[in-house]
Design a protein around this ligand. Sequence first.
Ligand code: ADP
Ligand code: MG
Length: 659
Amino acid sequence: MSLRLPGIGPQTEIKLQKLGILSPRDLLYHFPSRYIDFSHFTAISQIRPDVNITVSGQIIHLQNIFTRSHKNFQKIIIKDSTGQVELLWFNQPYLIKNFKLGDTWAFAGTATLYKNKLTIFSPEYGQFNTGKIIPVYPETKGLGSRWFRKNISLNLNTFLKESVETLPQNILTQYKLLPILPSLSQIHFPQNATMLFQSRTRLAIDEILSLQSLSYLQRQAFLNLKPKFVLKNYSTTQLINSLPFKLTDSQIQAWQEIKADLLSPNKVTNRLLCGDVGSGKTIVALLSAYLTSLNQHQTLILAPTEILAQQHFQTFQKYLPKFPLYLLTAHSKIPAKIPKNAIIVATHAAIFQKDKFLKGSALLIIDEQHKFGVKQRSFLNSDHPIHTLSLTATPIPRTISLTLLGNLDISFLKNPPKNRQKIKTFLVPNPKITACYQWLEEQIKTQKTQAFIVCPFIEESESAVTIKSAKKEFDNLQKVFPKLNLALIHGKTESKARAKILADFAQNKINILVTTPIIEVGIDYPNATTIIIQSADRFGLSQLHQLRGRVGRGEQQSYCYFFTENQNETALKRLEYLSKTNDGFKIAEFDLKTRGPGETFSTLQHGFPSLKIADLSDVKLIELSQKILQTIISKSPDFDLKKLIQNQNYDQQIATHLN
Ligand code: ADP
Ligand code: MG
């Protein structure tokens, strides 16, 4: 495709492609990343360090300085009626040519205290008194903000002729939204801060609204499906009374919600059960499988790892001893013919090859849903509608459920079982590591408790490199703890050997289990009360929270220690935050703010939208947008919501979900 715009040749087009700009529309939607405000000046005497300001002054000194080490920098001093300030740039010898002594210019930037003097490094500059808010664009080599300012302004009117208003007039009026044309022009060349704010709000609403419309349409399509299996109600009291504990209120409520789905004649269940680590999701899944089995239908439970599949299988055996239970993994086969009320626990790898078990099931339970890749999940979206219950420990902030997950029903397990103590968490500075190991040895000897030490992962999927480094660390640790019994497991540990190690660990024959992050999901050993996580900075916060959830499962006080070599301030802040917070929900919100939604929630949904303006942690914006959608649906039932989606340029992956 060619941009076919005056002044844009093939060379420029190649550069634009690097920024994802392939069409005139893309150029129009290439929004500034920030602005320099030349409409409002700070007096030089009022400049404070670390505050972003714009000043205007007369140039009283201009100098290109070359150092002996072949570096050069540029120095300008300006003055106004209140004082003077120094400006410094590096390696831009041509820059000085733009200025003349005695001229007045405006400069924007942040002042720093440098050699006891306030200095503004590499400020942006503009003609005196432009009085304007100047856009700064995401740039690429050879195409700077100046280029975008010029070319967007040249073509703006042509672009706008091709743009149409997507929102109904009554919505614009009711919600006092700026229409699309002025929004698109003000976002590039704002008249003032108010107009800029209004245009940003409008364009952000468009982005969120399109996601919400997409979820809404998907949900409508889903609601039109008829379930192949409608279940009848059977009493579950007997099972509930046989449990060694009382269900929490949240567990009871979640189970009621799921049961209502399963019994509904017109609805295919598509529910996500969210609950922090240790909140007791397994029992709720068990109840669902139980009801399905009483109805003489098959249940398939998928776990992301073999360890977890084995553990679930054992749990189910304990609570449902008389039921036809099967374990299907790479190492355990099941007969081709099984009773129609079978409950199969499988790893996804195994089911990938034997999808007849998927097809024969009335209920599909996906544990640790966030661990499954997009490909695996689209495989699970089989052609006939199956009741699906997904379990996840990823806490879902309201903003995310209102935008990306509107197509799902969600149940939350808000409160953990009562008997839990808060896990004490510490960030351990390098010099204290030895002391920490000594403390651990004491604990193990005196309290008879056990520990996990998690080795850093090198790559996301467990590779040879990760395993090699884990083995090396294991050798080290054996030297650190010569009197204790240590064992190592990783993703490639042979299934039999691993089962033996885990059985020994369960019987406290192993003091410290050294592992790669494969233990992250699901496993349950209440006597393990300490977890040490090496290179903790490499993990996402939610993942660290999951790892930490491997301890604190019994009545005893538990401990979590983070080691890190990273001295980066942000990295340390994130870890410190985690050591103060035990609430998975807050942690996810923090992660959302600091790392962005793509990192935190990409696993929950197919494809992830890259938003240009809207912020997925902005509660107000997202609730407003949701209200607008509701108004459109109720007041303009004939309005085609697809319009709101097609106007946004989502990648193919998301677009295909429209059909
Ligand atoms: P998760 O939500 O992380 O999957 P699990 O289902 O593995 O949590 O439950 C964690 C532990 O809590 C298990 O040992 C389980 O037996 C126990 N548990 C579950 N529900 C309750 C409850 N209502 N009261 C006490 N303990 C419970
Ligand atoms: Mg679990």
